[in-house]
Design a protein around this ligand. Sequence first.
Ligand SMILES: [Mg+2]
Length: 273
Amino acid sequence: MLSQIKHYIFDMDGVLWHGDTALPNLPELFETLRRLQIPHVFATNNASKTPDEYVAKFGRMGVPIHPHQVMTSALATAHHLARNHDPNNTKIYMIGKIGLRQALENKGFHVLDRADYKTPAQIVVVGFNQSSIYEDFACATIHIRQHGAKFVGCNPDVTFPSERGLVPGNGSQLALITAATDQEPEIIGKPYPTMFYTALDMLGPQASGNNTLMVGDRLNTDIAGAATADIKTLLVLSGITQPADLAASSLQPDIVMANITELLQKIKALHNL
Ligand SMILES: [Mg+2]
C-alpha cells in the first residue's frame, strides 16, 4: 500500500514532535522525502500561527521547509473562500489573530474592523483569539443576524490543552455565536474534508486521494477527515490515540505504525536506501 503513495500530508503535534521536542529521526525522514522528491505538506487546525512561524519551528528542529508547505486552517479557509467568492467584492469580518488576517488579506479580501460594524460583511470568519472581547462577538452577531453574513469557522476544536488543563478553543467561540444567531457555521478544518481537499490542491495536479497519505495521531480528526475526503490514512501511535482506542474504534486507518521512525524505515526499504 505504501508503494502507491506519491504524496504525504502530515499532522504535526503527536506525529513529528511533542510540543517543542522533536520525535526521533525527524530530520532524516524529511531528508529522505526530499531526496526521493516526494511532495509533502503539513496540515494543522491551528489558525493563529503564520506559515513563517512553522518554518522557524521546523528550522529549530533541523528540518528546512518552505512556507508554501504549511496549511493552517486559516490558510485553508482563505483558499476555500477565494475559490467560491470574488475577494474584490467580498467584505469579511473576522475573529482571529494575525495568521488568519494575513491569510485573508493575501487572497485580496477586505477585512472589516470592529468599528466598521455598519458596513455589511458578506462573511464572518472565526479563527481563534484568546484576546477576543464581548464586542468581537457582538459585531459577528450583527453581521450574521442583520446583514445576512455567511458564518464560517476555521476549526471545530472546542478545547485545547494548556499548562492549566483543557481551556476553551475555537469551537467554544463558534458555539457562542451559534447561540446568539441560531446559525451553524460551515467548518473548514479537521475533521471536515475541506482542509484535505485544499491540501491536495497544494500538492499539485498529480495528487489524488489514492496516491496521497495522511499521517496523523488522532482518529477523530486526522484519520476521520482524510477518510471523508477519500485520502489514504496512516495512524501513528506516538500521540493521542492509544492502541486501546484504536481497538475500540469503528473507524480504522489504512495503515497503523508506531511512529515516524517506522515510516522512515519502510520508505527506505521500499526505495532500497
Ligand atoms: Mg496531532
